[in-house]
Design a protein around this ligand. Sequence first.
Ligand code: DQA
Length: 155
Amino acid sequence: MPSPIYVLNGPSLNLLGTREPEVYGRATLADIERLTADHAKTYGLEIVFRQTNHEGVMVDWIQEGREKASGLILNAAAFTHTSIAVYDALRAFDKPIIEVHLSNPQKREQFRRHSYVSLAATGVILGFKEQGYVMAIDAMAKLIGSGANERRRSN
Ligand code: DQA
């Protein structure tokens, strides 16, 4: 089995379910973790799923992933639009990076239209609420060349 995929979540995503459900949906972060882990399993992949409100912690986890992860799925939340520290950590992460957002920041306020994460990401998934994490697993499985066999075997 390859190293786990790190799925990292930024500030206030711990409040999902009750935080602006009309924008972010009704799934809680625990629901999203379950959905993502279950889907990863269909490819024979494991995930490490975490959330932090602290920029330095996010940088530490991205750095940890350089050694321990086979790829990164990142919803950096507001850090997306502000954090050069996160951007620099991503530049030093030389495996696939998929940026995910529950909402579509491109059709929201002007300040959400710029993403530091996009400058370092392999690809970006916007606006599909919690299904975006499932789509990111599909994309990651292709990028790291895993799963086609497992999937065939389990069908
Ligand atoms: C978000 C979009 C960001 O602009 C916002 O700051 C978030 C959530 C999303 O998943 O849609 O906290 O990353």
